[in-house]
Ligand binder design. Structure first.
Ligand SMILES: C[S@@+](CC[C@H](N)C(=O)[O-])C[C@H]1O[C@@H](n2cnc3c(N)ncnc32)[C@H](O)[C@@H]1O
Length: 399
């Protein structure tokens, strides 16, 4: 997701309706904190702020994606993203013998724009999947996806199936763009060689951070990180960890019989994630295209995300029986996945369209934009050869 970064600048003011909604979300979280005895872990706060039924950021009606929302994701930014991904999807689907097994499962489909872009392209390539499954935790977004896909591709709508849980057995292509970064994270603090959990309590009308001895699971997870990176995190070090990430990957791996997984997100290796000088973590908040680092304000009307530790994802995938096929920057993924061919006719476009396309390419591929911060991790199961791009610029040895 792409935003203006103004750590020091003032945030825009929410309008009255958004503010009223945020107060309702805050009331809800305050009640949960009261029930829990005065404080809740940050992961629970994030879960409520993003996913409380009918209230959370992803589960109420506000517009999140695109210029009128809070951020822009790659498929929202340019159709080029879906076109290149479609090339990779075809390379996988062609390897699956039975047509009935040539399916796509997209996690967290957001506004539905990636599904629409992919399906349009796959139709042109003569490779439409048998079924397109969508698994999204947000009932509000599921409705919007159905409306958008129904309007763009009415003839295919009958083949799109919204799931409420993973299928018992899935064969085909799995896609998750900017979903792992939306999983709740715990925030921890190292002090006096101990691990503490940062929790959230009520103060006045707002929320404040508290610090408490970390529960066993979190202590163990931080210990595992320290043995993975080979040193103890320094005094005062704060960062995040998603305790649900490994289980998410295990469940996915267990449900797959044959296929390939594309996980696209902004993230890095574990060594980079927990580098000693990165002592304030990777949590980011997005509000009206501004990025900042205070998750305790505007609950329910700002996005909360944390970069992904791709080493943890790859290890969990391997333990769950998936093969790590490759790990690329988004720029390399697009470049080696066919962006050049997609751009070959750029000089023939009218000037305005050419400028627009070049701006989109810059956003998707430049190192300072989405090109380097975003990665694509490819995972395979059941004798599927990875699409060629993974062999051309793989850096999975860095994980
Ligand atoms: C940042 S948005 C990305 C949307 C879209 N993939 C895109 O790239 O534009 C995150 C999406 O993931 C969904 N989501 C969050 N947690 C999820 C989970 N555990 N399983 C499935 N979807 C989830 C949200 O409801 C939302 O649709």
């Amino acid at each position: 997701m792409q935003v203006v970064d103004t750590a020091t600048g003032p945030l825009p003011k929410p309008d009255a309706a958004s503010l009223a909604h945020s107060h309702r979300v805050a009331d809800y979280i305050r009640a949960r904190i009261e029930v829990a005895g005065g404080r809740i872990g940050f992961a629970e706060y994030m879960q409520h702020a993003l996913y409380a039924s009918g209230l959370g950021y992803y589960c109420a009606g506000a517009r999140k994606f695109g210029e009128a929302g809070d951020f822009v994701t790659a498929p929202e930014a340019s159709p080029l993203f879906a076109k290149v991904l479609a090339n990779q999807v075809v390379a996988v689907l062609e390897q699956i013998e039975a047509p009935i097994d040539r399916n796509i499962l997209e996690f967290g489909a957001g506004s539905g724009s990636l599904a629409i872009g992919l399906l349009k392209r796959l139709e042109i390539l003569g490779s439409l999947p048998e079924r397109y499954f969508i698994l999204d935790v947000s009932a509000d977004l599921r409705q919007r996806q159905a409306a958008a896909i129904g309007a763009a591709l009415p003839r295919y709508l009958g083949n799109v199936i919204w799931l409420s849980a993973l299928p018992e057995s899935f064969s085909g292509v799995v896609i998750a763009n900017e979903v792992l970064d939306a999983l709740p994270v715990e925030r921890f603090l190292k002090s006096g060689q101990r691990t503490y959990r940062r929790s959230v309590a009520v103060e006045g009308n707002g929320f404040v951070w508290k610090t408490e001895i970390a529960p066993k699971l979190l202590r163990r997870a931080v210990k595992d990180i320290e043995s993975g990176i080979g040193y103890q995190l320094p005094e005062g070090y704060e960062s995040e960890i998603s305790l649900g990430l490994a289980a998410w990957i295990f469940d996915l791996a267990a449900s797959m019989t044959q296929g390939f997984v594309f996980l696209l997100d902004y993230g890095i290796s574990q060594r980079e994630y927990y580098a000693p000088d990165r002592s304030s973590g990777w949590l980011r908040c997005h509000f009206r295209h501004y990025a900042h680092s205070n998750p305790l304000i505007y609950p329910g009307i700002q996005d909360l995300t944390a970069w992904v530790n791709f080493t943890e994802v790859a290890n969990a995938a391997f333990d769950g029986g998936l093969q790590v096929a490759g790990y690329l920057s988004q720029a390399q993924f697009l470049l080696h996945g066919g962006a050049q061919q997609e751009l070959s006719e750029v000089s023939e476009l009218p000037t305005a369209a050419r400028i627009q396309l070049l701006q989109e390419v810059k956003l998707l591929m430049m190192p300072g934009e989405m090109g380097e911060h975003f990665k694509c991790l490819g995972l395979s199961k059941g004798n599927i050869v990875a699409p060629e791009c993974f062999g051309l610029a793989d850096r999975s040895h860095t994980l």
